[in-house]
Design a protein around this ligand. Structure first.
Ligand code: ADP
Ligand code: MG
Length: 678
């Protein structure tokens, strides 16, 4: 039944085995037990109608446009299914046959219609309205009809659906979860909508549980299984550094330092995430941790995702380290060959204590004499593998991960569930939440907005103009930014100095552009989203974002964090004319709050985790049914259960738990590095 061509088509859907078929869950259901009649079905809503094909038409109103219309009738009226440029649809129907259409009903040209409805052909002798039946719709692909996949899933369930349940019965009972075999049957062929809910809940729990077990395991492997370095945290270097800091730490910063130094003083390796919205002052906290390494005769590496950021660290932290007598270096992709050789030698013999850098820090030939602290900033820009790679440069070094991307709690628990967390919530210097004001500016408000840039420059301040996300390609964005910079210089700001920064510029040019802006040689910096991460120019107080409604909330919030970094208040101007509901919702949200964590929750609810993670994250492997936006209660249950189970059987070696361990390994795969040996 499964020939080579179909095997290939199945592989395209990620289905290679009977097990995969069983897990090829439907993406929607047609509830034929609540079929609407054609006369009274309301427009604008999703509905299912059943009728007989009355008429089949293919029209060609214009060259290169074909419209296929299939008219269905039931006892009450008619409804037309419409397809554009899919003339072959006509051949799929016979006049007189019974079919179901599912889709959104629209009213046009005096007729009820559905555009490209989902079609289900109903056997004439079979079920119809009145007989309760929910049809699953599985993802299909070219060469594989939905019907065919449905038959195949039926067979797979018969062969493999009656599986042993790896979830301990105690947990299943406590969480009121249906047995696995029931869940698998009902997710594909439910009798009622409640069946779907119960099945989904069980299968989603399994996904979240597997991730939580893996996180626990990963944590055990670094924290419990190997002894690390007990740092000296009250030595002379940290004392001198603290004395050199020109301001008093906020209570949040003091608290974070307490957590971090407490971990560092212990032999158990630190495994901590420092979450602080932009501008909350993570850098100076990190500086103290670096100095503790000097006092302990060890080394620290601080890794940033971009060169601009790595340079900024050396600029901000380097002088503090100098005052504390701690040797340091900067190592990036553009470090000169001879300098690099010298730095590598000094790292290997221990004469350099602290190194700032980019991915250059984890290259194979970089060897540390005694790396005791791995510090990773803007974690979301790196994958788990890079975090592990830096850590692997030492023997069980402490790990401190920092991020300015406020992620919702559910996501933090899932992505970083193996890390302890510390939050910085308050911005230093008594800057309140309204230190930066946000305004959405329509087309008509542009000249006023440009005037506020001129006013700011008049006061000795500076401004950013962030160009639209034209498309995903760096090249197109760079072109657009270049054109915009020229236009602004000539037509809008002839008396100001306009600079340009794009991802396409060479690394040296980027650094120079940033330098000129920082030193005040340029007044206005036109940029693509390269500036999003970490850049700190205190005199910048105004930012304009073009086509702001096309940006994600997290990204806009990051951008906003670039201005108003010193005492002077900031103005964040969003040029936007949102056409979609979603775009409007995002503009409202960003204008309504400056709280990154609140925004992150909103973002997750607006877009779902797939989108929130986007291209930046390595993703959350194994989550198919579970939703981090809506399954918070299940996540908490899974987390609690994972902790309890692994406290009792840390490696899941107990014969009763081996099937579970194997199931988890299969689900999350090598990416999550489950190991039973530690
Ligand atoms: P982020 O958390 O975004 O990395 P930074 O560490 O870059 O923030 O700090 C933002 C700005 O606030 C910097 O200019 C820094 O010098 C300043 N800063 C940090 N802590 C304090 C403090 N306790 N008091 C005053 N200014 C501070
Ligand atoms: Mg930072």
């Amino acid at each position: 039944m499964v020939d080579a061509k179909r095997t290939q088509a199945l592989a395209k859907l990620g289905v290679d085995s009977i097990g995969d078929l069983v897990r090829h869950y439907p993406f929607r259901y047609l509830d034929l037990s609540i079929v609407a009649d054609m006369r009274s079905v309301p427009t604008g809503v999703d509905a299912t109608v059943v009728g007989r094909v009355h008429d089949i038409k293919v029209k060609h109103p214009r060259p290169r446009l074909s419209i296929t219309e299939i008219a269905l009738v039931d006892g009450t009226g008619a409804l037309i299914g419409v397809w554009f440029n899919q003339p072959y649809m006509a051949s799929r129907f016979r006049v007189g046959e019974r079919v179901a259409f599912a889709g959104t009903v629209v009213f046009e040209y005096g007729l009820k219609q559905m555009r490209s409805p989902f079609v289900e052909r109903l056997d004439d002798d079979g079920d119809g309205p009145g007989i309760a039946r929910i049809l699953p719709v599985h993802r299909a692909t070219e060469g594989l009809s939905t019907n065919w996949i449905r038959r195949l899933v039926t067979e797979a369930l018969a062969l493999a659906g009656d599986v042993a349940d790896p979830l301990p019965a105690r947990i299943r009972a406590q969480r009121a979860l249906v047995p696995l075999a029931t869940a698998l049957r009902d997710i594909h062929f439910p009798g009622t909508p409640d069946d779907v809910d119960r099945a989904r809940r069980r299968l989603a729990y399994d996904e979240l549980f597997a991730v939580q077990l893996t996180m626990r395991r990963r944590r055990q492997a670094v924290v419990d299984d190997i002894a690390g370095i007990a740092h000296e945290v009250t030595g002379p270097a940290i004392g001198a550094l603290a004395a050199a800091v020109p301001f008093e730490l906020t209570d949040d910063q003091k608290g974070a330092l307490h957590d971090i130094l407490g971990d560092m003083a212990s032999e158990r390796p630190m495994n901590r995430l420092l979450l602080g919205d932009v501008g909350t002052g993570k850098t100076v906290v990190a500086a103290h941790a670096l100095a503790a390494c000097a006092d302990s005769g060890a080394q620290a590496a601080m890794m940033a995702p971009t060169e601009v950021l790595a340079m900024q660290y050396s600029r901000a932290v380097g002088p503090l380290l100098d005052r504390a007598g701690v040797s340091w270096a900067l190592l990036t992709g553009s470090t000169k060959r001879s300098d690099r050789d010298r730095i590598l030698a000094s790292l290997a013999d221990g004469s350099i204590t602290v190194v700032f850098g980019t991915h250059a820090l984890i290259q194979n030939d970089v060897v540390y004499q005694r790396l005791s602290l791995a510090l990773v900033d803007e974690q979301h820009r790196f994958g788990v593998q890079q975090r592990l790679a830096l850590r692997a440069k030492g023997v069980a070094p402490d790990l401190l991960v920092m991020t300015a991307t406020p992620i919702p709690r559910s996501l933090a628990l899932t992505l970083y569930g193996d890390l302890d967390t510390t939050y910085l919530r308050v911005r230093p210097g008594g800057r309140t939440a309204d230190h930066v004001s946000t305004r959405v500016v329509p087309m008509s408000g542009r000249s006023d907005a440009y005037q506020s840039v001129k006013d700011a420059v008049g006061r000795g301040e500076q401004a950013y103009v962030v160009c639209a996300l034209v498309d995903e390609s760096d090249a197109t964005q760079a072109r657009a930014a270049t054109t915009e910079a020229r236009r602004l210089q000539r037509q809008v700001f002839p008396d100001l100095r306009v600079g340009l920064l794009t991802g396409q510029m060479s690394s040296a040019d980027k650094i120079e552009a940033m330098e000129r802006f920082r030193s005040g040689e340029t007044d206005v910096l036109v940029a693509t989203t390269v500036i999003e991460v970490g850049v700190d120019v205190p005199a910048a107080t105004v930012m304009i974002v073009e086509d702001a409604d096309r940006f994600g909330l997290a990204q806009l919030h990051q951008l906003r964090g670039r201005i108003g970094r010193a005492e002077r208040p900031g103005t964040f101007l969003l040029f936007a004319d949102p056409k979609t509901e979603d775009g409007r919702a995002r503009m409202e949200a960003i204008a309504a709050t400056n709280d990154g964590f609140e925004l992150a929750e909103l973002d997750l609810r607006l877009r779902g985790e797939g989108e929130v993670l986007g291209q930046r994250q390595s993703g959350v492997p194994g989550l198919r049914l579970a939703s981090l936006a809506t399954d918070g209660d299940l996540l908490d249950a899974a987390r609690e259960d994972a902790a309890a189970l692994m406290a009792e059987d840390p490696h899941l070696d107990d014969a009763a738990h081996v099937p579970l361990r194997e199931d988890v390994a299969l689900r999350v795969g090598a990416a999550w590095e489950w190991t039973s040996s530690g």
